[in-house]
Ligand binder design. Structure first.
Ligand code: SF4
Ligand code: SF4
Length: 70
């Protein structure tokens, strides 16, 4: 299954929980910090996303939305 995520970088606090939760290495830390001064998470390898939702379930800020292509 093909998936896609979006991350609201201004909600992100850079905890990296989503990076650890993703089994496919889709997410990485962004090179630039957000308005709060955190290095936000970013979907660096979007082609590998399966839409499994593990990242979104882990995010304490509800910053991640997951989409699936059936
Ligand atoms: S939906 Fe699954 S595969 Fe896609 S980024 Fe999140 S944890 Fe990784
Ligand atoms: S889990 Fe949420 S708050 Fe933490 S780094 Fe990922 S997107 Fe940001």
């Amino acid at each position: 299954m093909k998936g896609m995520i979006t991350i609201d970088k201004e909600l992100c606090k850079g905890c990296t929980y989503c990076i650890g939760a993703c089994p496919f290495g889709v997410i990485a830390v962004d090179e630039r910090f957000n308005k709060k001064g955190f290095f936000a998470a970013s979907p660096a390898n979007p082609d590998k996303c399966t839409g499994c939702c593990m990242c979104a379930r882990m995010c304490p800020e509800v910053a991640i939305e997951v989409y699936r292509e059936e």
